[in-house]
Design a protein around this ligand. Structure first.
Ligand SMILES: [Zn+2]
Length: 168
């Protein structure tokens, strides 16, 4: 617990992350937290410079809220709305799966494509497919690459959606 806390503090300090406590971004997070049935809203931080969006592994089990970090640049490129809701839902999905603290703060750069797809699926099941698809389509346009991880995540999501629609 102490190591986790120290690691989180260092990470936030190094990124010069600023906590967001109001505004549109915060309101979107409140909505996402409600959809996940969380009593307490995850802590949201913005930081300057490059990078995209992250969750701090193990942070949910530390305080029952968890921490999400998003670069200002990435937030601006995503441009709020549905796509931003998708980003927050994706990161919140990571946090709640991490509830038992199987991972810790120093593992936060680890990105396994299977884990990303699982987070997308849980997020879509919770807030709907629209926000997740809007987010991934936005990222795909931003990076301008095809055949990459984002495209396969989008395809996995569309397959899930088709399955879900088929069940009706
Ligand atoms: Zn992720």
């Amino acid at each position: 617990m102490q190591a986790q806390s120290a690691c989180e503090n260092k990470l936030l300090r190094d990124a010069q992350a600023k906590e967001v406590l109001s505004g549109d971004e915060y309101k979107t997070l409140q909505g996402v937290a409600m959809a996940f049935g969380l009593n307490r809203i995850p802590r949201l931080y913005l930081f300057e410079g490059g990078g995209n969006s992250y969750y701090i592994a193990g942070s949910f089990s530390l305080d029952g809220r968890g921490k999400i970090l998003i670069s200002r640049q990435f937030a601006d490129l995503i441009g709020g709305g549905l796509a931003f809701r998708g980003v927050l839902a994706h990161e919140t999905a990571h946090l709640v799966v991490d509830v038992h603290g199987d991972t810790s703060c120093d593992q936060w750069v680890m990105r396994d494509p299977k884990i990303e797809e699982a987070a997308d699926a849980l997020a879509a099941a919770t807030v709907g497919f629209g926000p997740l698809k809007a987010f991934l389509i936005r990222v795909e346009k931003m990076t301008g690459t095809t055949g990459g991880e984002t495209e396969s995540r989008l395809q996995a999501l569309e397959k899930l959606e088709a399955q879900k629609n088929g069940q009706r």
